[in-house]
Design a protein around this ligand. Structure first.
Ligand code: A2R
Ligand code: GDD
Length: 316
């Protein structure tokens, strides 16, 4: 089976390539020209690479026509909620025009691959802010531009399934973490600061934003296993939540990071790190994923935090 991983120069890409190649898939991975793909698995992984800007329609069509994948994993995105407040038009271009370019290129290449669109728990927005975990039938109420672009991608996927009989699965990925994530995201940010404090290169103060938000964190290695399982066992035309099923407060994650770092650290709440809108509670109902694929989370939040701290301690 041939997999095309688009946007593999980001955080998830290298992990997904390792997972697929471990399952015996032939993998072609695309990245932006300035990027390098990072493989963290430690095992030898063989895959082909190609530079690709998803906004270049002709280049997308050319690559699909020559590689002819059985499955496409569309990771390429402007993935930061915070940045989407500052660069809304860029976010819309990459996340919406990018997915349309991909679908049109698939049509013009005359191929019928399964396509996994990677969306986000952010699509649910305020609709997730309720006592029970949110399932795929809940009507989304996105609360930022990033979330709106990902919900649009989901709707475009549904439309192309109906209109052209395409085989598209839309994933709603909840927060994922692991070694290699950029410190623009909360757990990586706090772990990097803690590692620098431990190394003595920063004063013993962690700067933080909104600690009251509750989010559902899953290790990236569990996340990519869910993507692979869905590509093999998921139902076309469906949307699947991928997450741990347990939301925790950012405060409790911070406490764990400070405890595991083993040093005295003060906390500075920095109002400039707050967002114009931040949904208080987002937790996944992953019943559908578990029933259809048998997926279970293997890696605890504590293990993820230990690995991320070790990663940043190795860098400072
Ligand atoms: O923005 P950059 O320079 O970090 O590059 C990102 C890349 N990307 C593009 N690739 C092709 N054509 C473009 N026009 C384009 N613009 C950006 O997609 C980055 O290398 C990759 C996405 O990776 P990350 O931002 O690290 O996201 P991550 O955590 O790997 O998440 C994968 C997917 C994304 O669709 C998220 O929105 C979703 O999972 O949560
Ligand atoms: N980044 C950051 N920095 N977030 C902070 C901080 C801080 O100093 N302090 C508190 N937070 C809070 C944010 O306000 C938010 O409520 C939560 O931590 C998580 O923020 P991020 O880690 O930046 O992630 P995100 O939830 O906005 O988006 C990530 O997860 C989505 C899935 O739910 C990204 O990976 C998205 O691409 C992904 O779709």
């Amino acid at each position: 089976m041939k997999a095309l991983v688009i946007g593999a120069g980001g955080f998830v890409g290298g992990y997904l390539i390792s997972e697929l190649s471990g399952r015996g898939w032939e993998v072609c991975a695309t990245k932006l020209p300035h990027e390098k793909i990072n493989i963290f698995s430690g095992n030898a992984v063989s895959y082909g690479t190609s530079d690709l800007d998803i906004l270049d329609e002709n280049a997308v069509a050319e690559l699909l026509g020559s590689f002819k994948p059985d499955c496409i994993f569309h990771l390429a995105a402007q993935s930061s909620v915070a940045l989407s407040w500052k660069k809304p038009a860029l976010t819309a271009d990459i996340n919406i025009k990018g997915c349309i370019n991909l679908l049109e290129a698939v049509r013009s290449a005359g191929i019928s691959p399964r396509i996994l669109f990677i969306g986000s728990s952010e699509e649910y927005g305020y609709a997730a802010n309720r006592p029970e975990p949110v399932d795929e039938n809940v009507r989304p109420e996105p609360a930022n531009i990033y979330a709106i672009t990902k919900l649009t991608q989901n709707m475009i996927g549904e439309l192309y399934c109906k209109a052209y009989g395409m085989d598209i699965i839309s994933v709603r990925a909840f927060n994922h973490i692991g070694p290699g994530q950029l410190p623009q995201f909360v757990v990586a940010d706090f772990c990097r600061q803690a590692a620098e404090i431990k190394a003595g290169t920063r004063e013993p103060v962690i700067h933080v934003g909104n600690l009251s938000a509750k989010r559902d964190f899953t290790d990236v290695r569990d996340i990519v296993r869910a993507y692979a399982e869905l590509s093999e066992k998921g139902r076309g035309g469906e949307t699947y939540n991928v997450g741990s099923g347990h939301a925790v407060s950012i405060q409790s994650v911070l406490d764990k990071i400070i405890e595991l770092s083993g040093v005295e650290i003060k906390v500075d709440v920095d109002k400039t790190r707050f967002r114009p809108v931040d949904v208080p509670f987002i937790e996944a109902d992953v019943t559908k994923l578990k029933i259809d694929t048998g997926w279970e989370r293997n890696i605890s939040l504590e293990k993820s935090v230990r690995d991320i701290l070790a990663y940043f301690q190795g860098k400072v």
